[in-house]
Design a protein. Structure first.
Length: 255
């Protein structure tokens, strides 16, 4: 016969711990040239000479230099809108066209030049937790002008909108990688609006007026779509959730 035993259960409660908000993110949108040191790192395949990134040249797109400042501001404003739509406030992510001062912590998106690679843009890495808030990304504007020249409108008003759209979309996309976002494939979609999508036709790329980060609740949203490309994964990541987890108001801006 099994003997019965007694025991005492003691429960001790403690004060709840404060969960620290993730750090803020300052982003410099650089249109007047910068040094992209990461290109010279082992495995990148580029030389030290490639690290110098030239200024954005609006003439590459057949547009007059008098509209350069206006166009740059429009690109910056559109990128900011994309990130604000995720719910990130000015205390969490901020964009500047002026290079931050010494001692400030910031990421950089450089607009200008080419790497003769066929790429529209390039990010230093996919920083899954935004653990390095100083990473860089490139938007290869000269290369994009060559890639899409034949698709640009002869109407200069429409062309300006096309250029704003393509450079803002590409800048926000490459920045997304440095903040932790993977490619999110949308396939068998005529006009994908997922900002982290990787592939679409030239015509669609130019005529999209808006793209945005996507909130995904289920992989099944993509289960019935044909997937026959070898790169990338179907877009089941919840991009908005990742951004809100990786960026916050836990530090003063730029600190």
């Amino acid at each position: 016969m099994k003997e019965e035993s007694s025991y005492t259960l003691k429960i001790t409660t403690t004060e709840p711990e404060t969960v620290q908000a993730p750090p803020s993110q300052l982003v410099w949108l650089a249109f007047d040239g910068a040094i992209a040191d990461f290109l010279a790192h082992a495995g990148m395949g580029y030389s030290q000479a490639d690290t110098y990134r030239p200024a954005f040249d609006i003439a590459d797109f057949g547009l007059g230099k008098t509209s350069r400042s206006w166009l740059i501001q429009q690109i910056a404003d559109r990128i900011e809108v994309m990130y604000r739509q995720t719910g990130l406030s000015e205390n969490e992510i901020e964009f500047t066209l002026t290079k931050p001062g010494a001692g400030q912590v910031y990421s950089t998106v450089v607009f200008g030049g080419t790497l003769d690679s066929g790429l529209n843009g390039l990010a230093e890495s996919v920083d899954r937790n935004n653990s390095d808030r100083t990473e860089m990304a490139l938007v290869l504007t000269e290369e994009m002008a060559r890639n899409y020249w034949l698709d640009l409108s002869d109407d200069l008003t429409v062309r300006r909108e096309q250029v704003i759209n393509m450079l803002a979309n590409t800048g926000a996309h490459e920045l997304g990688h440095t903040l932790g976002l993977e490619h999110a494939r949308e396939v068998s979609v005529t006009e994908p609006n997922n900002l982290m999508n990787y592939f679409w036709g030239d015509e669609t790329y130019l005529k999209l007026s808006e793209q945005e980060f996507e909130e995904r609740t289920s992989f099944l949203e993509f289960a019935d779509r044909h997937y026959d490309l070898f790169y990338g994964q179907i877009g089941f990541q919840n991009e908005i959730d990742i951004l809100l987890r990786n960026i916050g108001s836990g530090t003063p801006m730029g600190k």
